[in-house]
Design a protein. Structure first.
Length: 154
């Protein structure tokens, strides 16, 4: 992956995805669900640091990842493009923890969580390189207001 932001994370995700069953580097699946959530927090911490902000230790709806997203979106409407990605990481972590034992369904959930984490890293890394990334998003205020009729008195 070389010069991309978060290349170490992307390499780790690739290694996890291609590891053979029974690989000694494999970790407990429930621990992996939390690890991938924490790695998502690291992506958002890097975004905040790139903007000169101190990442919050607070939680929103019980999760620090969601609080970090709220903090990162302040003053940057296009950053809302990854709001649902962050929520999906949390959801998949909760789904993974609901499984009893190491099942194929649990492994599929963890793989999907890794894919969502990869998407978050690529989007945020892309925004760190190209500020306009995400302006197309339906939740981006400039896009929503561009075609809106003027308010009375404007």
């Amino acid at each position: 992956m070389s010069d991309l932001p978060f290349s170490d994370l992307l390499d780790r995700l690739e290694a996890r995805d291609t590891a053979p069953p029974g690989d000694p580097r494999a970790v407990d699946p429930r621990a992996l669900a939390d690890t991938q959530l924490i790695e998502g927090e690291g992506v958002l911490e890097a975004w905040l640091a790139s903007r000169g902000l101190e990442p919050t230790a607070a939680t929103h709806e019980g999760f620090r990842l969601l609080a970090l997203h709220r903090q990162g979106a302040r003053g940057e409407p296009s950053f809302n493009a990854c709001r649902e990605t962050c929520r999906e990481l949390v959801y998949l972590r909760n789904v993974a923890l609901a499984y009893d034992g190491d099942t194929p369904e649990l492994r599929r959930t963890l793989r999907l969580q890794a894919m969502v984490l990869r998407h978050l890293a690529l989007f945020v890394g892309g925004k760190m390189v190209e500020a306009g990334l995400g302006d197309f998003c339906c939740s981006s205020r400039p896009l929503r207001h561009r075609d809106a009729p003027p308010l009375q008195g404007d």
